[in-house]
Design a binder for this molecule. Structure first.
Ligand SMILES: Nc1nc2c(c(=O)[nH]1)N[C@H]1C(S)=C(S)[C@@H](COP(=O)(O)OP(=O)(O)OC[C@H]3O[C@@H](n4cnc5c(=O)[nH]c(N)nc54)[C@H](O)[C@@H]3O)O[C@H]1N2
Ligand SMILES: Nc1nc2c(c(=O)[nH]1)N[C@H]1C(S)=C(S)[C@@H](COP(=O)(O)OP(=O)(O)OC[C@H]3O[C@@H](n4cnc5c(=O)[nH]c(N)nc54)[C@H](O)[C@@H]3O)O[C@H]1N2
Ligand code: SF4
Ligand SMILES: [Mo]
Length: 728
């Protein structure tokens, strides 16, 4: 039987294309019998393999891990976990996990890690914290964190008097979009993204490769939109999975998206295709915007983007035809070329012209559960304004800029004397940070790393604290804004292996040594969850049975027709023209800057996600390693011929500054154009303790010596690097 294309899409969907696994494929870990015939227990969890936080249930058989599956009541995942979540058991079983606290010591003239007791580790840390406070002040510690447990250390450091912290999910990820949307609408996009794709009639993806980027709920709502025949427009120089499902694929010249966005605005405004009523009622700055976009017609954009003027017009018309149920997706990892806040502003403005913010099929209004925080005393006011000291050049950044914090740790005169790093593998995460990190490791009086694995970052530490995995601990209740307010519980499905402990316990123990107990007024962290749950008519006991509890919505999801709305911007309107940006010396309307030219014989280094892994945090997970042990470098056939490279050959990549990568396999494919190569991020580990992942595949971060910093919020643009080939 021959299927037509549409039927094929319906059958395969994005979920299977993106690689959802059946639990059975990953089961049978430890059991000799048929799975499910022993003593089976079921425990609620919230997946921590990425930060989408899908709720699920962990099944164990005779105390041994069996499988983890989605919780059908969960609005995030609707009962399905992705490939990676299904393989989460591998995080627990990984033989290479950190097993006990480690302390850096000098032995026979060389430095090494000595396994120590928790008491020794805490005494050391608390002692160093106190001496830093005595010599320099209580405000000289900083925290870099990614993940649930980080907030216990944030509480500890704030109680101590140090308020400085940053997450790499800001300056290395979605910071530009949050700042741009806040400047335009007075609110960010948030996480999970408030995109109403399940109702969209037209979805525009700009380098947002949903399907390979497997944020579960997003993939499902995009698949739903496609199944309902929504028009999908994908702008990506690479033929991504999403491009393959699209009605329009726009293979744009890398780094020129702003030109396309301006041309789209030009068409919508000049042809009168924007939502007049919405724009008049809710926005300011249409006049300035209209004047601003006049030179940028599709013919102009063609010269920059390589996209035919007709294609630009046709796609603008398609967007307008479905508006306001048109979503120009803001993307998520958007630190690309350094003008990222401005590109995201252009996306925000385009959505405003289409009237999609606050409308069905565009951006909906999310709601979470009104959950009181467990009562604890307020931390002391910090002695200094750390942002003024550390990142004065980014007053528009609402939060910490990770690389600025690392810089403020490096050298004898550095502001920070102590650094805590929770769940973030900095050398692979912040581009070009290694030299600064090495200086910091030398000059800091204290560097504590809290991790589950002997990742590269642990090598810089004075003390390594081994956390148990998410399958072995309680964490804060998941209360993410969504369509339906809901709470989800993560609790231990297994006893912590080895000497590992949860972050809440570590922070409380340290607090005890620093006379800060009053900030951790509980015996067991679970007590605080029970208290919170009782405030909203549930209890820990109930949640241990059901895992997820939904609550009724109290507010509408969308604006109603003609509704009066005050936006949280200075003007109270959606700001097409931003006075704030003008005041701070930035362009009030997005301006196009052409990207750097490719040096002769070099190819732009493009990178992204693959369905089987989350960054580098899963590449050593034995179950996911089996699915995808190494990455490859994608090379266009023309380029491959020129360099006489074949599928499966090994090459090394050399960047514009002479940095050479690990060897990596070649994948010859039309899916990347002749100007760029592509690789999946998270490979090329060098830490000896990662016995599966080390030395396998290549690390994109190592090749990113050119970083384009966003002048508005400090994001590290990572796509300004070029590579050539060295035959391995
Ligand atoms: N070159 C390059 N850099 C990038 C990106 C890229 O694509 N390429 N992507 C960027 C993006 S979008 C993001 S969001 C960031 C992500 O950057 P990170 O959050 O730093 O991600 P990972 O590199 O996976 O590092 C996670 C660390 O957490 C540890 N870990 C895992 N589980 C736990 C746990 O339960 N407890 C503790 N304490 N530790 C745990 C892992 O072992 C690992 O060391 O990276 C950014 N940087
Ligand atoms: N499986 C899996 N899923 C994940 C993650 C993971 O680690 N694994 N991480 C999660 C996280 S934290 C994030 S932030 C998201 C990131 O997910 P996205 O925001 O979707 O990812 P990006 O890495 O920005 O996008 C990569 C795409 O941009 C394209 N691209 C490159 N240059 C350009 C350009 O100049 N213009 C345009 N238009 N496109 C370009 C690339 O070809 C590629 O297809 O993924 C999330 N989902
Ligand atoms: S999207 Fe996948 S890895 Fe991320 S939380 Fe959900 S199941 Fe886990
Ligand atoms: Mo991210």
């Amino acid at each position: 039987m021959r299927l037509n294309r549409r039927e094929f899409i319906k059958l395969s969907g994005l979920l299977t294309a993106g690689g959802f696994l059946t639990p059975a494929l990953l089961s049978g870990c430890a059991s000799q019998r048929l799975p499910g015939t022993g003593q089976v227990t079921a425990t609620p969890t919230v997946c921590d393999i990425c930060f989408w936080k899908c709720a699920g249930t962990v099944y164990a058989e005779d105390g041994q891990p069996w499988k983890v599956v989605g919780n059908p009541d969960d609005p995030h995942s609707t009962g399905r976990l992705c490939t990676r979540g299904t393989g989460g058991i591998g995080a627990y079983t990984d033989r290479d996990r950190l097993k006990q606290p480690l302390l850096r010591v000098s032995e026979g003239g060389r430095q090494t890690f000595k396994p120590v007791s928790w008491e020794e580790a805490f005494d050391f840390i608390a002692g160093r914290m106190q001496s830093i406070a005595q010599q320099h002040g209580n405000d000289r510690l900083a925290l870099l964190s990614h993940g649930s447990g980080g907030k216990h250390f944030e509480r500890l450091l704030k109680a101590f008097g140090s308020h400085a912290y940053a997450h790499p999910s800001f300056a290395q990820c979605r910071g530009p979009r949050e700042v741009a949307f806040a400047l335009t609408y007075g609110e960010g996009v948030g996480s999970p993204d408030r995109t109403d794709m399940e109702h969209s009639r037209c979805v525009v993806l700009i380098g947002s490769h949903i399907g390979e980027n497997l944020h579960n709920g997003q993939v499902q709502t995009l698949a739903e939109a496609i199944n309902k025949d929504a028009t999908l427009i994908t702008v990506d120089p690479r033929f991504s999975v999403a491009a393959g499902k699209s009605k329009y694929w726009l293979p744009i010249k890398p780094g020129t998206d702003m030109a396309l966005l301006l041309a789209w605005m030009n068409v919508l405004i000049n042809e009168g295709l924007y939502d007049r009523d919405y724009v008049e009622r809710y926005t300011v700055g249409l006049e300035q915007l209209t004047r601003h976009v006049q030179p940028f017609n599709p013919e102009w954009a063609y010269l920059e983007t390589g996209l035919a003027p007709k294609l630009i017009r046709d796609t603008a018309h398609a967007m307008a035809a479905s508006a306001p149920a048109t979503l120009v997706h803001p993307g998520r990892h958007v630190t690309w070329y350094g003008d990222d806040t401005q590109r995201e502003r252009a996306i925000a403005i385009l959505n405003a012209l289409l009237g999609s913010w606050g409308r069905k099929g565009g951006f909906y209004s999310q709601e979470k559960v009104d959950l009181p925080a467990f009562p604890v005393p307020k931390p002391p006011r910090p002695a200094t304004d750390w942002k003024q000291i550390v990142q004065p050049e980014f007053p528009l950044s609402p939060t910490g800029v990770s690389q600025k914090i690392v810089e403020a740790c490096a050298g004898p005169e550095a502001h920070f004397k102590g650094l805590f790093v929770y769940g973030t593998n900095l050398p692979h995460t912040i581009p070009a940070i290694k030299p600064t990190l090495e200086t910091a490791a030398d000059s800091l009086d204290l560097l504590v790393v809290i991790d589950t694995m002997p990742a590269e970052i642990t090598g810089y530490a004075d003390v390594v604290l081994p956390e148990c995995t998410y399958l072995e601990r309680y964490d804060g209740l998941r209360n993410s804004p969504e369509r339906v307010p809901s709470l989800a519980l993560r609790m231990p499905a297994f006893k912590p292996r080895h000497e590992t402990k949860p972050a809440w316990w570590m922070a409380k123990q340290l607090a005890g040594r620093l006379q800060l107990e009053k900030y951790f007024p509980w015996h067991d962290y679970a007590d605080t969850l029970d208290w919170q749950l009782r405030q909203v008519g549930s209890s820990l006991e109930e949640m241990q049975k059901i895992g997820v509890k939904r609550f009724p919505r109290k507010t509408p999801m969308y604006f109603s027709t003609g509704q009066d709305i005050r936006f949280e911007t200075p003007s109270g309107k959606i700001e097409l023209y931003s006075e704030t940006l003008a005041e701070y010396g930035h362009d009030p309307l997005p301006r196009y800057t052409a990207p750097d030219k490719r040096p002769e014989g070099y190819y732009r280094l493009n990178y992204g996600r693959g369905p089987a892994h989350t960054f580098g945090r899963t590449t050593n997970n034995p179950l996911l390693f089996e699915l995808m042990p190494e990455n490859a470098v994608w090379i266009n056939p023309r380029v491959a011929r020129q360099w006489q490279l074949k599928n499966g050959d090994y090459v090394q990549l050399k960047n514009q500054d002479g940095v050479v990568s690990n060897r990596v396999r070649v994948r010859v494919t039309e899916r990347t154009g002749p100007n760029a190569v592509f690789m999946i991020h998270g490979f090329g580990h060098t830490a000896k303790g990662l016995r599966l992942a080390t030395g396998v595949g290549a690390d994109d971060a190592g090749l990113m010596t050119s970083v384009k910093v966003d002048p508005i919020m400090g994001g590290t643009g990572m796509r300004a690097n070029f590579v050539t080939f060295v035959k391995a």
